[in-house]
Design a protein around this ligand. Sequence first.
Ligand code: SAM
Length: 296
Amino acid sequence: MDGTLQYLSGTLYLVATPIGNLEDLTLRALRVLRDDAAVIACEDTRQTQKLLEHYEIRKPLLSYHEHNEASRTAEILKRLAEGESVALVSDAGTPLISDPGYRVVTEAAARGVKVVPIPGPSAAMTALVASGLPTDEFRFIGFLPPKSAARRRRLETLKDETATVVLYESPHRIVDALADMAEILGERPMVLARELTKIYEEFLRGTPDEIRKALAGRGTVKGEITLVIGGAGEVVQSGDPAAEVARLKGEGVDPMEAIKRVAKQMGLPKREVYRLAMAEGSNPPDTRQDTARKDR
Ligand code: SAM
């Protein structure tokens, strides 16, 4: 790579912006937008202007979206080559994540331009961490195809995916998409995260069919939606700790292990799960026996 070019050219900053709550702009993002960037490349100038007005930032804007990506990429590269720094933002969240930017980043990197990511909100990560579903391995697939036939084909490819799947879906298509998921993916634990970081933030937890019924009962569905789907083989939790302990024991899981697992999954103290299991008469484990076994 040509270090001289890096030194002479401006920097391309990739700046994550809030996904709803305007307080979710990092101090570093604020500094880059306010001080370091000569120009801000954005999807929708009106949308970005609102954010800038909130923070009293005055900066020239350059529209960059899927329809003018080619010509704007050339313009941004020219500015960078002339020593101007450019901040790329999207309407919300992290640029390039189901948003424009891939082309300019690829070409800037190929030319040895310094590319600096300024991390911050992304709906996918925000939904995943609050889902309660496994986070050790996950797959982000962006949006599902809008038409049912293509969507169903895509869902078929996810049937055997054991990692947690995170995807974006429009409120207009969500009920139909959930019906397809119920049919193709079956009884999976799922979390629908709606309006993250906003006043009406909501998490619906259940199987695809349970969530579909809950939404269908509301009439129209509004707001922005991210779905988190448990991987193949991920067991649907009943939400009732005692019933869950009983279910695991029925599957042959050691009683103390069942309590431990349920406590971990539901974020409850082990003692509390034990107490609930006792109260429900789910035949809790004989802890003396368990201790004895450990001692052997
Ligand atoms: N680049 C963005 C990011 O990093 O989050 C995502 C852009 S994508 C075009 C927009 C989609 O993200 C929405 O249709 C919705 O599925 C999801 N999304 C964005 N904001 C959200 C929010 N506040 N709550 C839930 N989902 C959201």
